[in-house]
Design a protein around this ligand. Structure first.
Ligand code: GLC
Length: 749
């Protein structure tokens, strides 16, 4: 009793304190707003990029410092480092009201220490590790003067032609929502105001990943239902996690550009979801509404953006040039401007920047945090967990350390920056070649003096020439086993990197064929920011590891897996198509009235005449050096009322000889409903570790939330009826099945 009372009292005190603190901040904002001129207000809504590295088409070549001194810029991006940020902040402190600048940066998967790209981290299905990676990124970035990261990118993406799939968590809404929540929590830590907390920014709002044809920036057109069911939930998860900011997206949604879209920004995000942070436009996206044909000029674009809920203007110079006039001639009410300014000032107060504008610019802390060995150690940890074993014939992997001769071949063997991927922060003093562990060095670090490590490049990454193939083949012939590492260069996935052909670049697959022809066992490492097509390799290589872009410790992590120090546990967060012609292909599709059940009977069936109905590798797929057996599925009831729940339990046994981790996946199918439902949907998962021979009992709970969906009227409801329950090692590898019924006593009279 006493403990409960104590806890209750503590919560009450803490809530009261928070409430009082918030009221105090609102009072300070009121006082500040009263002093601000319209120009100074608009200054808070204006953001520009520093001139060291642009992450978009630069629109303003003027002198930012003069504008900052005049209080006409409130935030900068691509200004990083304690020294550089201090310089800019000192200028802001010369302005009339001394309102501190916000420094934003794309800290997408690490700052100086980089982690696997987000899509690779998603393949770890390890929410704790994903949160910790964001946490370390925040510690390093905040030590380097950064207040705000433009992450997590939470766009659901089903089209691997879209280069930005690398930044997100893949195709599944449930997994994507869990990961969105974890990343926001990681970046914001114990809350704004803490020295190592930075503002998260859920982006790109909304549905940017559904660009037609997977062509970046292209239009998005979908039903309301699909928007709510598939694309919005990860953003809602970000709001639930307390995301401080949102970034809207370049695309039009059902004909209205996101940046000027009142429905998503004002009605949903700020209205229904009660989001109290602020929305920043994407780079120049306000101005781009002219190009969209939605605004006749910059003034109209400004009006549409501010009235629809876009608070801050990144790099359009729209608000700076047009907003004062619009307020003056009463086209934009002052209270709308004040509301946008209030949202931004609120975050500056919460970060503590008014108390100490230089609190994040401490060179001593920067030196310590940016060279923290524990960060690298964790980078290696999460990189190992992100690797997916796609194939392992004849137990080719793990390679024994006693092997006499190993050949490491391929264009990715000795590169460094390409392990970082597209969104690595260009820190001035960072020298990738010194800081990133190449795959060749990682393997070399693992070998004793008795093993001979041979090397041949074979070709460059673009692999337009086979001149180096002969040397590669000769090198392979001298080896007992070949590690052949291929894939995409750092800039072949990422923003504005959509590709119509997502095969391995150039003649890389020919290189694999030539090396395979030697008859030596070949382990292929595929490095990429997206699912690639590699049909022949998938059918002919002895073993394949999908190694994505793994960051700073790529080489060591890959070697840990190759030599069995770590048993790979990754599972694909996206479907891998057999060919570009099969796109879009994703696991949680509707059944249709003529579903194809196999590759034989496809007449009058939803299938291609010239291609299998199955993907090359399915969502949730990933092998291990050991095997797992699933058994003893139990449901504590087979009928569940709306307010009830079903307890599910099963056993998983490690039936092999290696310790290993397994991602146990729970899929449900609503068999009949008022709108058609997917053939299966991921509704829960658990990643477990089992020693050889060990059995663990896993439990899941089915509640109404897991059975709910948006009906035709966009109500979030569950409907009585029968459900299939599937427990699997992937979305296709279903090991245990059962059915249960949801009953609704209110309907039964
Ligand atoms: C880019 C990207 C966005 C990024 C912003 C700032 O165009 O679309 O994700 O955060 O500009 O670099």
């Amino acid at each position: 009793m006493k403990t409960t009372f104590k806890i209750f009292t503590l919560i009450l005190v803490f809530t009261t304190f928070l409430f009082a603190q918030n009221k105090q901040i609102e009072k300070k904002i009121d006082d500040l707003l009263k002093q601000m001129t319209i120009e100074e207000k608009i200054g808070q809504l204006t953001q520009y990029s520093g001139d060291r590295s642009a992450t978009g088409p630069v629109t303003f070549k003027g002198d930012h410092k003069e504008l900052i001194k005049a209080g006409k810029i409130g935030s900068m991006l691509n200004v990083l480092g304690t020294n550089y940020t201090r310089q800019y902040q000192e200028i802001a402190m010369q302005s009339r009201l001394k309102i501190p600048l916000l420094f934003g940066q794309d800290v997408i998967h690490g700052y100086k220490t980089t982690f696997p790209i987000p899509l690779a981290e998603a393949a770890s299905w390890d929410l704790e590790a994903i949160e910790k990676a964001a946490r370390i990124a925040a510690i390093e970035a905040s030590a380097s003067g950064i207040h705000w990261t433009f992450a997590p990118m939470v766009d659901i993406a089903r089209d691997p032609r879209w280069g930005r799939v690398m930044e997100g968590a893949g195709e599944d809404t449930y997994l994507g929502s869990r990961i969105a929540y974890a990343r926001v929590k990681g970046f914001q830590g114990n809350g704004l105001g803490n020295i190592d907390a930075i503002m998260a920014c859920a982006k790109h709002f909304a549905a940017y990943g559904a660009a037609v044809g997977g062509r970046d920036y292209n239009s998005v057109d979908m039903s309301e239902r699909q928007l709510w069911e598939t694309y919005l939930p990860p953003f809602k998860a970000a709001v639930d996690a307390g995301a401080a900011t949102f970034m809207n997206s370049f695309n039009d949604i059902n004909g209205i550009p996101a940046t000027g879209n009142k429905y998503i920004q004002h009605d949903i995000l700020k209205g229904k979801w009660k989001f109290d942070g602020f929305i920043v436009s994407d780079w120049g996206s306000i101005r781009e509404m002219i190009e969209h044909g939605y605004s006749k000029d910059l003034s109209e674009a400004t009006k549409q953006a501010i009235l629809s809920g876009n608070d801050m203007d990144m790099e359009s110079s729209a608000y700076r040039n047009s907003l004062a006039e619009l307020v003056k001639n009463k086209q934009v009410p002052m209270n709308i401007v004040d509301e946008a300014v209030r949202r931004i000032l609120r975050k500056k107060f919460e970060l503590g920047l008014f108390d100490d504008p230089y609190k994040f610019s401490n060179p001593e802390r920067e030196r310590k945090e940016l060279n923290n060995p524990e960060h690298r150690e964790f980078a290696r940890e999460i990189a190992k967990k992100s690797i997916v074993l796609l194939k392992n014939e004849k137990q080719t992997l793990p390679i024994s350390r006693n092997v006499k001769n190993i050949a490491m071949i391929g264009p990715m063997a000795k590169v460094t920056k390409d392990n970082h991927g597209f969104w690595s922060v260009t820190i001035p003093e960072l020298n990738y070649d010194k800081f990133v562990v190449s795959q060749f060095d990682g393997v070399k670090n693992h070998l004793g003096k008795d093993t001979n490590l041979l090397y041949a490049k074979g070709c460059d990454i673009d692999c337009k020439s086979n001149e180096g193939f002969a040397e590669a083949v000769e090198t392979a012939k001298k080896a007992d086993v070949v590690i052949l590492t291929v894939g995409e260069a750092w800039n072949q996935s990422g923003e504005a990197k959509s590709r119509s052909n997502i095969h391995l670049p150039g003649m890389q697959e020919e290189l694999i064929k030539a090396v395979k022809a030697t008859g030596k066992p070949v382990v292929v490492l595929i490095n990429a920011g997206r699912p690639l097509v590699f049909d022949w390799t998938a059918d002919n290589a002895d073993a394949i590891l999908y190694t994505w872009w793994l960051g700073t410790e790529a080489g060591n992590a890959i070697a840990d897996v190759i030599f069995g120090d770590y048993n790979p546990s990754g599972k694909l967060p996206m479907t891998f198509p057999r060919s570009e012609g099969q796109i879009p292909i994703y696991y949680n599709h509707f059944n249709t009235g003529r579903p194809a059940k196999d590759d034989k009977n496809i007449t009058y069936r939803s299938a291609y005449l010239d291609l299998s109905i199955t993907p090359k590798f399915e969502f949730g797929y990933g092998l291990s050096y050991t095997t797992f057996q699933y058994s003893d599925l139990k449901l504590d009831k087979k009928k569940m009322e709306m307010t009830d729940k079903i307890e599910v339990s099963l056993n998983v046994t490690n039936t092999g000889k290696y310790e290993g981790e397994e991602v146990v996946q729970l899929y449900l199918r609503d068999k009949v409903a008022s709108v058609v439902r997917p053939v299966k949907e991921l509704k829960d998962f658990q990643k477990i570790k089992l020693n050889a021979g060990e059995t663990k009992t896993i439990k899941f709970t089915i509640n109404k939330e897991k059975l709910s969906f948006y009906n035709a009227q966009l109500n979030w409801i569950a409907e009585a009826g029968e459900f299939d329950l599937m427990i699997g090692s992937s979305s296709a590898d279903v090991r245990l099945k059962d059915t249960f019924e949801l009953v609704n006593l209110n309907y039964i009279h």
